[in-house]
Design a protein around this ligand. Structure first.
Ligand code: NCD
Ligand code: ZN
Length: 334
């Protein structure tokens, strides 16, 4: 039987700029109604001018699809006047600790000194989106950051804090402790563990930040996604890098999942007899958490096999060359 999804949303997406933007943005715009666009460009998106220019380029690259880019600003210790001026143009502000992932040299060095900005964001109702990793041992970085989430969630109870791309059972437990926390989870963290990346021969195309974790973490995330935990949203973190940056010493972090997201989510939810929850997981939860009204768009998937291309331009996609059970067969903007 066909599966119909209303206004699928990707709540964490890297679209890049230039030729890469033109290559990857239409793939998301085809089957999603809107996406939260990450600001870690070079230079980062931290002014209204840069944001408007980037938004216009995304709109040009995604025409004629019905698709709304939900823009984010790169976190800096902005003052309240700047925040008030930016508010109409953004869905939230993305905070990266300094140096934790791609293009974050301008991230926050001292997390305890930025609380005046968080207080202003709370007053203005601007959500805070966080790449929550410490600078510790790679498998423990998210767990070590949880104390920061807990501190901010309790100090700023009216600030919506989105724990981006959570990867651990511990993060899910924290989510249930504070009403103002929400989270996104990627497709790859529902499917992979560290064994897939490094248990046999190394698979650079499965290397991302935060790194994929233990089987029990994946199991906990999958359980929460399959029941569409109301404060958990789908966010792909699809992050394309050219093949020569991936199949290399100093392999860049990022998995390019955009072309395969809805087919693989359908397969995963069908396997677990949970297709009825997919609408909430890929759209309704995010609408409720952010108070969003995405454009009307109905995406139909059918159980009809197709082979994922080996490459999209110079980018190797997630599941490259593999056959998927489901595909998008129709998209109606209405
Ligand atoms: C992202 C990128 O390449 O921009 N990489 C990744 O591994 N997810 C940055 C990020 O979200 O960490
Ligand atoms: Zn990301």
């Amino acid at each position: 039987m066909d599966l119909r999804l209303r206004a699928p949303l990707d709540m964490h997406l890297h679209l890049r700029e230039g030729a890469m933007l033109e290559l990857v943005a239409p793939l998301s715009a085809h089957s999603f109604a809107a996406a939260v666009v990450m600001p870690n460009l070079v230079p980062v998106v931290d002014t209204l001018e840069r944001l408007s220019d980037y938004r216009a380029k995304i709109e040009a690259a995604t025409a004629p699809h019905t698709f709304t880019p939900l823009m984010t600003l790169f976190f800096r210790p902005y003052d309240e006047a700047m925040l008030a001026a930016m508010r109409p143009y953004i869905i939230g502000i993305k905070l990266y600790p300094e140096g934790v992932t791609t293009n974050t040299a301008d991230g926050v060095r001292d997390l305890l000194r930025i609380e005046p900005t968080l207080a202003a964001m709370e007053r203005l109702g601007i959500p805070l989106l966080v790449h929550g990793e410490s600078h510790g041992f790679v498998l423990d970085r998210e767990a070590e950051f949880l104390q920061i989430y807990a501190r901010w969630a309790s100090r700023f109870p009216r600030l919506t804090i989105v724990m981006e791309h959570i990867t651990t059972a511990a993060a899910l437990r924290l989510l249930d402790q504070y009403a103002n926390l929400a989270a996104t989870v990627t497709l790859h963290h529902l499917l992979l563990t560290l064994d897939d990346l490094a248990g046999g021969l190394l698979s650079p195309h499965l290397f991302c930040k935060p790194i994929v974790k233990r089987p029990e973490d994946r199991a906990a995330l999958l359980e929460a996604a399959l029941r569409a935990h109301p404060r958990l949203m789908f966010g792909s973190d699809s992050a394309p890098h050219p093949v020569e940056r991936k199949e290399a010493a100093n392999c860049a972090a990022g998995i390019f999942s955009a072309p395969v997201i809805l087919p693989l989510l359908a397969e995963l939810f069908a396997q677990h007899d949970a297709l009825a929850q997919l609408q909430a997981f890929v759209s309704d939860n995010a609408r409720a958490i952010y108070g969003l009204t995405p454009p009307a768009k109905t995406v139909t998937l059918a159980r009809r096999p197709w082979q994922v291309p080996a490459r999209y331009g110079e980018v190797v996609p997630f599941y490259a060359g593999q056959t998927l059970e489901w595909q998008v067969v129709d998209v109606q903007a209405n």
